[in-house]
Each structure stands twice: as structure tokens, then as C-alpha cells.
Design a protein around this ligand. Structure first.
Ligand code: BTN
Length: 336
């Protein structure tokens, strides 16, 4: 029987899984062919197909195969063998280039895509940021990912997911040694510079969320010269902070696992644990800030976030609740 493309992809994934499991040891050709139900020659062909896709695989007679290097690329082949989630990222839509992963995910969701389907791209030509801004998306360096979520939530509670995602991204970055903090509501910063951003888009009716598209951009391996000049000033990346490159697929699967753990907790216990963790990771609370909201500017001390994620601001006129806006820290001028 002639193998289909789908079978080839599954075989490649299974071989990769076994090689990854073996770590620095060899996986024997016999074990691989037994697990896959393929002849030794067919296994050899799968290994060669993987090499053509940029995997460095050592082959030693009578010992077997060993994975030496994986390519830094984001497709199902790189993502699925590492994935530890039950839903998130189990279906991957990967592209070399897209206008926006969120725009694409929104279309897929409207056509019926399931909870957890993931859209990733090597670059975006029209990356979208919050409040109508654009998101600089140079090719091959960073993470541009959008997830279709189908939470059982009334629309008023959807903003909780934005704060939840910020917590998950901050924890994934911290897991790599990058001490990122959250600027309300969901900017991820290191040393006052932006390292990641989250865009939540919603399709809902009065009492029910149809779906949420969670768009996450993380500056992983970009150098300042990869960004437009105005962004280079205000942005940083994991590579800049740590002084070394990170494997984007490995980062993504850790992020998906963390995100799924928080989503599960949120489903079981509600927003309170997310709120507590958000507070601990926030750089906004306790600071004197200027909040630029839709039709007004407010200045005051960021006291807390409310039970629904709104910012509670102590102004001269009293306590204000801010649902959406941009926060700027007011420098020491005001505190001294
Ligand atoms: C922000 O302004 O901070 C939010 C930025 C969100 C960027 C991500 S990149 C992946 C996804 N696709 C988009 O077009 N935007 C989001």
C-alpha cells in the first residue's frame, strides 16, 4: 500500500517522539520499526525525510538513531511531538506568512473550529495589537499564535481570560528565567520594555460566548534591528534578556501547558485564583499611573483589580473603576 501524506506525517511525528524520549541515547532501528509497524527500510526513509526538513539525526549501525538538533520552525511536526496538553494545540494550522493569526483563527472559529485549535505563523504582515494598534511581526524570530477557545462563560466574564492569559505568558517566560511582569491589563514587560502582548477577540450573544480568539505575540529571538525603529525603543525580547536564543516550539508547548492548567483551574474555581496570581505578577498595583481610557484620562494610584478584572484607581475624586485603557506609570515626580 502506498502511504498517504497524512500517514507520512504521523510516522515522522512518531519517530520524533521516540527520538525525543531517548534523549542523548540511541533509539534502535528495531524498536522504531516495531512501534511504527514499518520495515527497517521504511524507518530509514522516514529518518531521511526528517533530515530533509532540517533535523540532524545521527545513525550508527547496530546502535540506531539519535536526535542531534531540531530546526527552529513552528509547524505541527515541531509542535505535536512535544505537546502535553489535552486540548490546546492538538490541531495546528501553521503558515509561513499570514496577515494576522488572530484574523485567521477568527474565521476558522466562525466556520466551526474546535476549542483549542491553534494558528501559528512565521511572520504576520498585518499583526494586530490592542486598541487598533499594529503588532510588529518580523519573520522567523518570534511567536505569533492564536487559539480558538470555547469557554462556558457569559460575555461579561470574557475579560477574565485576558488576565488569565497574561498570567500564563508571564509564568512561561519566568520558567525560562525571564522575570516578566504584567502591566494592566495584559502587557508583559521586562525592565519597562514590552516582551509580549495579548489580544482577546470575542464572538458572543447577550448571555453566551460563541468563541474567544486569544492572540499571543511573544518577542523571543528578535534583535532590535528586526523591529521598526519606533518599536525597537520600547520592545525587548527573550534573546536580549537572556543573551541566548530559545527554541520557539519548546517555548510554545510550555506556554500551552501553562495556559491550559490555568483554564482548567478557572473552570473549576472561577476567577479568584487567577486574580491572586495576577496581583502577584503585576507591576501596576501600588503605582501612581495615568490611565488613558476611551473618552477620558485618569490619574491616581492603582490600588487593585476588582472581582471582574477592572482596575481600581484611587484618584483625587475617589475610587474609579476602569474597564479598558492604557496605563502609563507616572514617574517619581509625583511621589517625591
Ligand atoms: C498588544 O497590543 O499588546 C497585543 C498584541 C497581540 C499580538 C498577537 S501576535 C498573534 C496574534 N495575531 C495578531 O494579529 N495579534 C496577536
Amino acid at each position: 500500500m502506498v502511504p498517504t501524506d497524512r500517514q507520512d506525517a504521523t510516522h515522522a511525528q512518531l519517530v520524533l517522539e521516540m527520538l525525543l524520549e531517548s534523549g542523548s541515547d540511541f533509539a534502535s532501528g528495531e524498536a522504531l520499526s516495531g512501534k511504527l509497524g514499518l520495515s527497517r527500510t521504511a524507518v530509514w526513509k522516514v529518518v531521511n525525510a526528517l533530515r530533509d526538513r532540517g533535523y540532524a539525526i545521527e545513525a550508527v549501525p547496530s546502535r540506531g538513531y539519535r536526535l542531534i538538533r531540531v530546526p527552529d520552525r513552528l509547524t505541527a511536526l515541531e509542535i505535536l511531538p512535544l505537546l502535553e496538553t489535552h486540548d490546546l494545540g492538538r490541531t495546528v494550522h501553521a503558515f509561513d506568512s499570514l496577515g494576522s493569526t488572530s484574523e485567521h483563527a477568527f474565521r476558522l472559529a466562525a466556520e466551526g473550529a474546535e476549542h483549542g485549535e491553534l494558528v501559528v505563523a512565521e511572520q504576520q504582515t498585518a499583526g494586530r495589537g490592542r486598541r487598533g494598534r499594529s503588532w510588529a511581526s518580523p519573520p522567523g524570530k518570534n511567536l505569533y499564535a492564536s487559539l480558538v477557545l470555547r469557554p462556558e462563560l457569559p460575555p461579561q466574564r470574557a475579560p477574565e481570560l485576558t488576565l488569565l492569559a497574561a498570567v500564563a505568558v508571564a509564568e512561561a517566560l519566568r520558567g525560562d528565567g525571564v522575570v516578566a511582569s504584567i502591566k494592566w491589563p495584559n502587557d508583559l514587560q521586562v525592565g519597562g520594555k514590552k516582551i509580549a502582548g495579548i489580544l482577546t477577540e470575542l464572538s458572543a450573544e447577550a448571555d453566551r460566548v460563541h468563541f474567544v480568539v486569544l492572540g499571543i505575540g511573544v518577542n523571543l529571538n528578535a534583535a532590535p534591528s528586526d523591529f521598526p525603529a519606533e518599536v525597537a525603543e520600547t520592545a525587548t525580547s527573550v534573546q536580549r534578556v537572556l543573551g541566548r536564543r530559545v527554541n520557539r516550539a519548546a517555548f510554545l508547548v510550555r506556554l500551552l501547558r501553562t495556559l491550559e492548567e490555568w483554564l482548567d483551574l478557572h473552570e473549576q474555581l472561577g476567577f479568584e485564583p487567577v486574580r491572586a496570581r495576577w496581583r502577584a505578577l503585576s507591576s501596576t498595583l501600588g503605582e501612581e499611573v495615568l490611565v488613558k481610557a476611551e473618552r477620558r484620562e485618569l490619574r491616581g494610584r492603582a490600588e487593585d483589580i476588582d472581582v471582574d478584572g477592572a482596575l481600581l484607581l484611587r484618584t483625587e475624586g475617589g475610587l474609579e473603576r476602569v474597564l479598558a485603557g492604557d496605563v502609563e506609570q507616572v514617574r517619581s515626580r509625583i511621589r517625591r
